[in-house]
Design a protein around this ligand. Structure first.
Ligand code: KIV
Ligand code: ZN
Length: 390
């Protein structure tokens, strides 16, 4: 079976940047956009041009520097928004307009105070209007996660007829379960006339911690684009995390789904985004957290030292991390201490290791982590090792 490509649509600079207190200036956005282009993302959502002059300007400047990726601007289903987005994308080699409207009953009846029929008319007009500026038009059905499937299929059918090339099915509130979201994508694949002319896109929020699982369920069921952000940033609990979906597809080759991402740039890209936004990555974050490849319990350390794959399903080098870390704590065993001692120049006999280990435990009970300086000190204090000092 041949491998299908899943397009990676990065929205760090649009949905991701909606994190309270983490605004980026144009210069920072340009640095990040260039890095996303190197990383190999297929689409960069550069901003929401009508939202502010600053965002408009960022989309203009990003359009000028991005070499490979499609550059996308968000709009509501409003003529003025679409005109401004088209203007902001003038310099993009591959411009995309991302327009759309809420389709759940909650959005239709409470937000827009209108009818399902009127929403379809507005969606179709927006797509047709966007098509007068660019060929590549993506339509989003906001709150699709809570939209009735039959109605959603009707909306999709009409916007495809109007020229939409990508259909974004957002789980805007992060409510869906993976099986439910996957079933929705499958339903659309099977029931929307003309679906072969468009790509279905997953856009999942993380309110219940299911954004990654839902996106993967979406692509297993036929979607071929995932909308995501570096470090999973975004408002509330954030968006689908780019590094997670990319590595899941890479580590599960039997799914026959792959991306164009250069995974060796994932760790440094995560750091760069975190530093620019002033938003710390939690240490236990999958793939890019500081502890993602750190081992501190004796049992795990012994396993990893003997054979890395015993406790690691990803080679840290594949995501740009130099090596697994063996962290010395009071939970560490002799194997880890001997391993670390050897790395800093002490080849210990069994008797020497016994003495050093006893002293090490005294240190470790006092400190959270025993570092190389502590080991040098221990070697000086132990009778059996002070003669072999490096
Ligand atoms: O979550 C969402 O529905 C969105 C749309 C604007 C695409 O971000
Ligand atoms: Zn969103």
């Amino acid at each position: 079976m041949s491998t299908d490509k899943v397009q990676i649509f990065d929205t760090t600079l649009r949905d991701g940047e909606q994190v309270p207190g983490c605004k980026l200036n144009t210069e920072q956005k340009l640095v990040i956009a260039k890095r996303l282009d190197q990383l190999g993302v297929d689409i960069i959502e550069a901003g929401f041009p009508i939202s502010s002059p600053g965002d408009f300007n960022s989309v203009v400047e990003i359009s000028k520097v991005v070499k490979n990726a499609t550059v996308c601007g968000l709009t509501r289903a409003v003529k003025k928004d679409i005109e401004v987005a088209a203007q902001a994308l003038t310099y993009a080699k591959r411009p995309r307009i991302h327009t759309g409207i809420g389709t759940s009953d909650s959005h239709i009846f409470h937000k827009f105070k209108t009818s399902r029929e009127v929403i379809i008319e507005r969606a179709v007009s927006a797509v047709k209007y966007a098509k007068t500026f660019v060929e590549d038009v993506e339509f989003f059905a906001e709150d699709a996660g809570r939209t009735d499937d039959e109605y959603l299929a009707k909306v999709c059918e009409e916007v495809i007829k109007a020229g939409a090339t990508v259909l974004n099915i957002p789980d805007t509130t992060g409510y869906c379960l993976p099986e439910e979201y996957g079933r929705k994508i499958k339903y659309l694949k099977e029931n929307v006339k003309g679906i072969e002319k468009a790509v279905l896109s997953c856009h999942c929020h993380n309110d219940l911690g299911l954004a990654t699982a839902n996106s993967i369920s979406g692509v297993i069921n036929g979607a071929r684009q995932i909308e995501c952000t570096i470090n999973g940033i975004g408002e509330r609990a954030g968006n689908t995390s780019l590094e997670e979906v990319v590595m899941i597809l890479k580590q599960h080759p039997y799914l026959n789904l792959d991306t164009n991402i250069n995974t060796q740039l994932l760790f440094s890209t995560s750091k760069m985004v975190s530093e620019n936004m002033g938003m710390v990555v939690q240490p236990n974050k999958a793939i890019v957290g500081d502890n993602a490849f750190a081992h501190s319990s004796g049992i795990h350390q012994d396993g990893v030292i003997k054979h890395r794959e015993t406790y690691e399903i990803i080679d840290p080098k594949d995501v740009g991390v130099t090596d697994s870390a063996i962290v010395l704590t009071a939970r560490s065993g002799r194997a880890a201490l001997a391993y670390r001692s050897k790395k800093i120049g002490y080849e210990l006999s069994k008797d020497q290791l016994d003495e050093v280990y006893t002293m090490f435990l005294t240190y470790a009970d006092r400190k959270k982590e025993v570092v190389d300086e502590d080991i040098h000190e221990i070697m000086k204090l132990c009778v059996s090792t002070n003669s072999i000092l490096a």
